[in-house]
Design a protein around this ligand. Structure first.
Ligand SMILES: O=C(CO)[C@H](O)[C@H](O)COP(=O)(O)O
Ligand SMILES: [Fe+2]
Length: 220
């Protein structure tokens, strides 16, 4: 049985109690910290930037999975490596030379991820899939936490899984947006390897138990 990774999205944390919420993730069965960086241009929202990430890094005891929702992400690859990112995910829609960007991320010692907006077909990754460590399927339109899950994600997971197997690619499949108890089991059954969850975890009365429930989902 494979090990599904759980990545709580810090975007849904209480920023006035950030250290408390980071400690909760440290104590839990979560595997990664999911960090959403938004520039107000690629997406219609601004989240937080380098000083906040630097503070998170000082307390986080698990790898940082950084999701860049910014245009021209190549400008910041070295910076995010220095800030301790283990996984750096860029948006397909924000890159002009995706292959070059992936090589630049790996050259800095990070795992290279590509995120796809809900409208972007997984087929567009066919010629680069062997170079991608993580494909992040957005199951909401990026920019905000707390949105509803988009149902066509299930068929995208199945198509992507087929492509990964066909090419014997190393890529993990991550699902980001609107993940709850209503869709998590079906996503894992369809082939998801990493579940990002923000509001589902941080709005729960018992976040540590909620993470444990996601971690315990049966895998194929
Ligand atoms: O990338 C994101 C939004 O653009 C977030 O990671 C995502 O929305 C997680 O939050 P929630 O689980 O509340 O949907
Ligand atoms: Fe994200």
């Amino acid at each position: 049985m494979k090990n599904t990774l759980i990545a709580p999205s810090v975007l849904a944390a209480d920023f006035a109690n950030l250290q408390r919420d980071i400690e909760m993730i440290n104590q839990s069965q979560a595997d990664w910290f999911h960090i959403d960086i938004m520039d107000g241009v690629f997406v219609p929202n601004i989240s937080f930037g380098m000083p906040v990430l630097d503070s998170i890094r000082k307390h986080a005891q698990k790898p940082l999975d950084v999701h860049l929702m910014i245009i021209d992400p190549d400008r910041y690859i070295k910076t995010f490596a220095q800030l301790g990112a283990s996984v750096l995910t860029v948006h397909y829609e924000a890159c002009t030379h995706l292959h070059r960007t992936l090589q630049a991320i790996k050259a800095e010692g990070m795992l290279a991820g590509v995120a796809l907006n809900p409208h972007t077909s997984v087929g567009l990754l066919e010629d680069v899939i062997r170079d991608i460590d993580l494909v992040c399927l957005m199951s909401v339109n990026p920019g905000f936490g707390g949105q509803s899950f988009i149902e066509n994600t299930y068929s995208k997971v199945a198509k992507l899984k087929e492509m990964i197997v066909k090419h014997n690619a190393p890529s993990r499949i991550e699902i980001d947006g609107g993940v709850t108890q209503h869709n998590a089991a079906q996503l894992v059954a369809a082939g998801a390897d990493v579940l990002v969850a923000g509001s589902f975890i941080f709005n729960a009365s018992q976040p540590i138990e909620t993470i444990a429930q996601l971690k315990a989902l049966p895998t194929p």
